[in-house]
Design a binder for this molecule. Sequence first.
Ligand SMILES: Cc1ncc(COP(=O)(O)O)c(C=O)c1O
Length: 406
Amino acid sequence: MGKVKNHQLVLTRGEDVWVWDEDGNRYLDATASLWYANVGHGRSSIRDAVAGQMERLEAYSTFGDFANPPALELARRLSGLSPIPDARVFLTSGGGDSIDTAAKLARRYWHEKGHDERHHLIARVHGYHGTHGFGTSVAGIPPNRAGFGSLVEDVSIVGYDDAEELRTEIERVGAERVAAFFLEPVVGAGGVYPPPEGYVEAVAEICRETGVLLIVDAVICAFGRLGTWFGIERWPSVVPDMITFAKGVTSGYLPLGGVVVSDEIAAPFWDDPEAPPLRHGATYAGHASCCAAAIENIRILEDEGLLTRGSELEAELFDQMKRAAGLTATAEVRGGLGFLAALEISADILERDPGAPVRLASLMRDEGVLARPLGRGVAVSPPLTAQTKHLEMIGDALVSSVEKLA
Ligand SMILES: Cc1ncc(COP(=O)(O)O)c(C=O)c1O
């Protein structure tokens, strides 16, 4: 915060893949803001859908038996689009809410099944699951956990690329004590790490064999980022128990998130009319205007053929990023699975200058391209409306900025 005091980049306007600052400078939004502007900026039809809903009923609680038409329609829509058969949808206000909801649902599910001891949670190195209580506790990025005092207990973090490590950890803890495993299909904020071949299928199988619930965190990967609705469809044999989503569900026009929950996990709370209420839910869950934004956003993704662009353009984006692969300041370029990629800066530069990722992003900004600095490099994840000329612009800015950094 101290570093940016008095020199913020104040953005005032957006249109498709472009944003403008208060001085009128135009930038290519190569990150879709924070991995969410999937349909691009300035969509008047989303504005109109929200305005129309606000004229009728801006918002009303969905606690107890309260509901509203956009929340019901969105839940039905998402259930139908999800790879989980007969899924229920628990709506939240964002990704962190969704992670905490999924973690609590997993633990409560086992409690309802008479397995109170089954509450251990496992996640992966590099994983990012937001900044709420559970999400901070299962963070695979150590600095994100540091300095907050006691976090949620009974959590472990395993390597991001070795399924056998998950099996060993489940055996160490005892399967009868493990509630759930969190999986980002492609790790996003932790540095863009696509999973090794066979990894996702292998961990899904280990979860199935041990009874551990598989929670797919699709907050970044869903709504077209991997070319499908929830990202995990890229591994067709894998059916999760829950999927957390946010970001691309509204393309960020209004805040919204949720958890897609399997029939089996929902049953203890859903099937028995005498079941006690699930004491979890947030004020703005099922917010009518946010749900209206999501419904229109989903229509755009579908009708404009944007959904599949995440996979159609993944190789092209990766190729542009790989133009910087041989440069001395580059350690590695990662991507190729979904419309997101990252460049990691060489270890000796990072050692000399831990601020190098921010400097690299800033050099790219000088060339009119907004990239996102991460721990060891920069990431890009453009809106799904980006075209070849925009991807070339990313490649050009990256190459010259990495050269300057060296
Ligand atoms: C995979 C993943 N999960 C959860 C979150 C948290 O979402 P939010 O920032 O909306 O709370 C994020 C945010 O970047 C994310 O990338």
